[in-house]
Write a protein that binds this ligand. Structure first.
Ligand code: 8GT
Ligand code: MN
Length: 489
């Protein structure tokens, strides 16, 4: 049995430091050094290790959890961390200081470990950020702060496309899984460059990780590329791109051999779908913030004209600050409970009389209808009065805005039909069609309606799941109930 003290010194590595040094006792028992060979080179490392030993420092040959100070030359904190993780077999992170060789040489000169100053630290700031974010990401999307700055758009685009494909294939569970994975990546403060950075993050299942790995290593995911090329996916996307057409209808059409817009005849379509087909290009072109503001001004005027004192609030993606959207959503209410009754038909007929409506349908519980086909219980359905509409937005309402023009230029024609209507030389029209949703809530439920309609869909879903699982509460767009309390009416 080797005495403890001696054994320590032997393991301090002196493999390459020479037999004289191995016996010198450690003068600084709190400090265990490891010198990283990468970029420093083997001979310089051997020389510096020997120097350390001579000055009474413990210098380890191998990296281990005992190491308190890692000395590196010309490495980034990120690189070093990854290398060390692989050396301890991925058993978590070491708490060791990651230091530039300048700390080592100054300590040698001083004959003792000098105080660690910022300039000695290896990009400590950036590394900590990555560590904190990577390891403290809560698993419910509603607990995370996610800005509009997505540093991982290439990855989230890939996952979102697979989510969309799953939703178009009636595999909502898989769709949610991909959306959750995408949402986690959206919340990260930096671009992901390697799979190791994802360790410890929630909601990344095997399938999502395979896709991420593919994109990181090859620049694209083979599954995503194959999906994009698939005839079924292409047809489903074109057909469900028609306002009023859901997955069920699109699938039926595909079974009947209909895969493009040109094969559809207006007679077989319902009123919503006819409007959808007629304005296909406009409705598939992103709505800009300027256009949303123009619609808001119109709705505001309608509301003020038919019920002075009633309030209109922008909801949906634009309330979240998105720059573009697929539609514009508004919540209407009146500060006196009950006064909102009858508001929707009045607003709709005002809009209609002023020529702003190309299509409208007012319903209760209309979320189910939007999905078309047999009613499916949806977690975010509610019983508010709602109007689905297609607005005719005059050009002058949005003219002169850079943002509007930028958005229009970015958009691509989405179909053969769109291209065809352009070829017909109809010229620029003095208006564009925009999807607009109106919802009316009584003031007593306004807060819940506002929360429920601000989105995103995943955020709302996670918020309700969090309320239920973690707080034993039921959240809807109408109310928040404490499940532990019994209510008597
Ligand atoms: P986008 O319009 O740019 O695509 O994005 P968005 O504004 O976030 O999506 P949206 O499809 O317009 O929906 C807006 C929000 O309303 C979403 O958060 C969605 O969950 C919510 N929502 C519906 N239908 C219903 C419904 O029937 N009840 C409730 N409470 N919320 C609904 O889309
Ligand atoms: Mn919207």
């Amino acid at each position: 049995m080797v005495p403890l003290k001696r054994r320590k010194v032997v393991s301090s590595g002196a493999g390459s430091t020479g037999s004289d040094d191995v016996t010198s006792p450690s003068r600084f028992p709190q400090v265990v050094l490891f010198l990283l060979e990468r970029k420093m080179g083997a001979s310089r490392r051997a020389f510096l290790s020997q120097l350390g030993g001579k000055n009474g420092f413990q210098v380890e040959e191998q990296f281990s959890e005992r190491v308190t100070h890692v000395v590196c030359e010309n490495n980034s904190g990120e690189e070093v961390r990854r290398r060390l993780e692989s050396q301890v077999g991925g058993r978590g992170r070491s708490a060791a200081h990651l230091l530039d060789v300048s700390w080592f040489t100054e300590s040698m000169r001083a004959g003792r470990p000098v105080e660690i100053l910022d300039r000695h630290k290896l990009q400590e700031q950036q590394m900590n950020e990555v560590e904190v974010e990577a390891f403290s990401t809560p698993s419910y999307a509603c607990q995370r702060r996610t800005t509009l700055d997505n540093h991982n758009a290439v990855l989230t685009d890939a996952l979102s496309l697979l989510a969309e494909n799953a939703e178009l294939s009636d595999e909502d569970g898989r769709g949610v899984a991909f959306r959750r994975a995408a949402a986690v990546l959206k919340s990260l403060p930096e671009p992901v460059t390697g799979l190791t950075q994802l360790r410890g993050l929630p909601c990344l299942g095997g399938h999502s990780l395979r896709v991420i790995k593919d994109v990181l290593e090859n620049g694209a995911s083979s599954e995503v590329e194959a999906t994009k090329q698939s005839e079924r996916f292409k047809a489903l996307k074109v057909l469900t791109g028609i306002f009023g057409v859901g997955v069920k209808t699109a699938e039926r059409w595909i079974r009947e051999g209909i895969v493009s817009l040109q094969q559809l005849s207006e007679q077989t379509l319902n009123r919503a779908q006819q409007a959808g087909l007629r304005h296909y290009e406009d409705l598939n072109r992103p709505v800009t913030r300027a256009e949303a503001a123009a619609v808001a001004a119109v709705v505001e005027e309608a509301v003020a004209s038919v019920l002075p004192g009633a309030r209109m609030t922008l909801i949906g993606g634009f309330r979240r600050g998105k720059l573009t959207g697929h539609d514009v959503d508004f919540l209407l209410t009146h500060p006196e409970e009950g006064r909102e009754a009858g508001l929707m038909p009045k607003v709709v007929s005002w809009l209609d009389s002023q020529g702003f409506l190309l299509y409208q349908k007012t319903t209760r519980n209309s979320y189910l209808e939007a999905k078309d086909g047999p009613a499916r219980p949806s977690s975010n359905m509610d019983r508010f009065e709602r109007c689905f509409s297609v607005f005719k937005l005059p050009e002058e309402a949005r003219r002169g805005d850079e943002e509007a023009r930028g958005g229009a230029e970015e958009a691509e024609p989405c179909s053969g039909l769109a291209a065809a209507s352009q070829v017909k030389g109809e010229g620029p029209r003095p208006w564009r069609a925009v999807r607009v949703d109106l919802v009316v809530s009584p003031i007593s439920q306004f807060a819940f309606a506002l929360l429920g309609w601000t989105g995103s869909k995943l955020f709302e879903r996670e918020l309700r799941r969090w309320a239920g699982h973690e707080k034993a509460m039921s959240l809807s767009s109408h109310a928040l109930y404490d499940n532990k309390q019994v209510f008597y009416e």
